[in-house]
Design a protein around this ligand. Structure first.
Ligand SMILES: Nc1nc2c(ncn2[C@@H]2O[C@H](COP(=O)(O)OP(=O)(O)OP(=O)(O)O)[C@@H](O)[C@H]2O)c(=O)[nH]1
Ligand SMILES: [Mg+2]
Length: 292
């Protein structure tokens, strides 16, 4: 039997979470068009035939803006690299820039097998451009990776091939290595993440970065799952934006989070969301570490 931990890393917004969700066939990680959606590492177990894949989605590694906040996100992402049996480094197929190169510098010295995924290949209208991209890759980068594969997380291109490649590099074990659960993160974590994902999706660019979500109640009641959550905001003026005109934004956020929770927990969900101003909360270490 093959089993191991596969960390999916890269700079923000290249499609790590989309790829992760696709690989495990479940919507566990928030995927949005805005960078820095993922704040925690999220593991998801996929068992297929003789293989246990423990995929780990990580926050985008970013060395530029919002220093303290990034330091914590980077810490979460980089710690996953050291636990990995295989590293999947995701980049946009059309560009390998200085931010990708900084990620590369963090993995260069590791002996761990490395796979470079050139993602978003569906955007490549001129099919032979990929050949140019591959031939333009600097030799030291080509040499660093054990495998380089073009893929699209949007239309599932190369996903089966990617799993077959990963399997080749996983350690062999006599027995199963992982517990038969989808993720080691608690169910509550995902309920909170769906609310945060909805906020990032529906609210303007800056606002989602200054909020966090706490789950106060998470009760299984016969056929119903009852969840009560609070969205904490750093600025008082943000409260009315999150609530929206006549509560319309909160209804939208709530519906998105409820439908995703129902799908994941396979149960009817009753979701109550409060919105509160919390001046004390400032990109605090407390919440970033709260689900580690
Ligand atoms: N066209 C195209 N878009 C993609 C693909 N994969 C992801 N995306 C889009 O890219 C955006 C970012 O996707 P995410 O999965 O959230 O990216 P991420 O790397 O996890 O981002 P962070 O968590 O912020 O670091 C979303 O709008 C996705 O829909 C792909 O293969 N093709
Ligand atoms: Mg992500």
């Amino acid at each position: 039997m093959y089993s191991g931990n596969i960390s999916i890393i890269g700079k923000p917004n290249v499609g790590k979470s989309t790829l992760f969700n696709l690989l495990i066939s479940k919507h566990l990680a928030g995927e949005t068009s805005k960078p820095q959606t993922t704040r925690h590492t999220i593991d998801g177990l996929l068992e297929e035939n003789d293989t246990e894949f423990l995929f780990v989605d990580t926050p985008g590694i970013n060395f530029n803006i919002r220093k303290n906040f990034n330091r914590l996100l980077n810490k979460n992402a980089l710690s996953a690299i050291y636990d990995a049996d295989v590293i999947i480094h995701v980049v946009n197929y059309f560009q390998l820039d200085s931010d990708d190169k900084k990620v590369i510098e963090n993995i260069r010295a590791l002996k761990t097998p490395k796979i470079l995924v050139l993602n978003k290949i569906d955007l490549d209208k001129k099919k032979n451009k990929l050949l140019d991209i591959l031939s333009d890759l600097p030799k030291d980068i080509v040499d660093l990776y054990d495998e380089i594969i073009p893929a699209s997380s949007k239309n599932s291109f190369s996903i089966v091939e990617l799993k077959n490649i990963v399997r080749k590099y996983l350690p062999q074990n006599k027995k199963k290595q992982y517990k038969n659960i989808l993720s080691s993160k608690p169910d509550k974590f995902f309920a909170a993440e769906f609310i945060r994902e909805a906020c990032i999706t529906f609210l303007s660019v800056e606002l989602p970065y200054s909020l966090h979500v706490e789950i106060e109640e998470f009760n299984h009641e016969h056929k119903l799952l009852s969840i009560s959550a609070t969205i904490y905001l750093k600025k008082k003026s943000h409260v009315s934006i999150v609530v929206g005109k006549n509560g319309s934004m909160l209804v939208k956020i709530s519906k998105y989070a409820r439908l995703n929770s129902e799908k994941l927990f396979n149960k009817k969900v009753y979701l109550k969301i409060f919105v509160k101003y919390d001046a004390k909360w400032k990109d605090s270490e407390f919440f970033l570490n709260s689900y580690n």
